[in-house]
Design a protein around this ligand. Sequence first.
Ligand SMILES: NC(=O)c1ccc[n+]([C@@H]2O[C@H](COP(=O)([O-])OP(=O)(O)OC[C@H]3O[C@@H](n4cnc5c(N)ncnc54)[C@H](O)[C@@H]3O)[C@@H](O)[C@H]2O)c1
Length: 344
Amino acid sequence: VLDALVADLAADPPARRLVVLTDDVVAPLYADRFVRRVRRRGLSACLIVFPHGESHKNRRTKGWLEDRMLELNVGRDAAVVALGGGVTGDLAGFVAATWHRGIPVVQVPTSLLAMADAALGGKTAVDLPGGKNLVGAFHQPWGLYADTRVLETLDERTYRDGFAEVVKAGAIGDLRFFRWLESHAEALLERDPVRLEQAIGACLRIKGGVVVRDETEHGLRALLNFGHTIGHALEAVSRYRTTHGRAVSIGMIVESVLAVRRVGFPEPHAERLRALIETFGLPVRYRGRMAPEAIVRATRRDKKVRDGRVRYALPRRLGSALPGSDVTIEIDDAEVRSALAAVN
Ligand SMILES: NC(=O)c1ccc[n+]([C@@H]2O[C@H](COP(=O)([O-])OP(=O)(O)OC[C@H]3O[C@@H](n4cnc5c(N)ncnc54)[C@H](O)[C@@H]3O)[C@@H](O)[C@H]2O)c1
């Protein structure tokens, strides 16, 4: 796929010059080689490398990247290639969205989480100390190229993180896919390339089906946020030391308790969700060094807050959303405290 990308870039360049943005883990593995291949095809390309990890997905790194781009005389005739995991996609995508008021971005996800979810849909952002993804833009990519072979170099923990979003896709959008995951979990954990491609394809179809109906999240798209209101709060309270995949896993468990209590999500469905998350080696309790009150406070910074009240995107059953275009419901802090206590 990376070869196909180089050929596509040469045949129909999105810009005269490519700026490849990547982190310091992905750079030596794939970026140097990628830039060499692009240049061999006669395209102009430069590489900028930033430190890896969620704690660098912030305004400071964005500003630093922009300063480097200025030094390299990157103009409006350039396009960004976001080569890396979800952090790179969000950060580099946001740089592209605002550089000279917007230049094209090519999303080249290299983690399972980014391939199955983050690289699709055009959301870009950075975190603030007090809240996840609070500054960003919608900026659809020129293209998305996912080469599953690069997943071979992901460490086990990061690889498993990706299944949080994979399980979420089934839980909110497709019961058949959820069942398929239950029966193919072992092959997926062994990184079977055929099963992986099928799983990523299914996730992209589910997410794509939602995004085309509500690109800028006026209603339905919020459904993709199942597990994320609590998940993002856990990430912020942990000062971004808890990974996105692990935080969303715990978030789905807490929010499934809310779903059982508030929208009639069947208890056996909640059990199946928990079992599948555990099968993928992801956490189902938050074992609290984090104070529940701090988590509740952090949920108030969620982007779904309306009139100061926190709203949650909950499934009604495995594979299906609440009816109507508003898939969220308001839940008060006392109920959230009680759900957190139930899974601690
Ligand atoms: N924009 C969206 O719609 C959207 C959706 C879901 C998640 N996200 C964001 O995605 C981020 C999480 O993504 P992530 O889990 O990919 O994090 P990440 O980008 O930090 O990647 C995890 C780690 O894996 C390394 N890595 C990536 N590809 C590799 C490879 N092929 N081989 C070896 N190491 C590799 C990275 O260097 C990093 O250290 C969060 O910031 C989350 O908010 C965005």
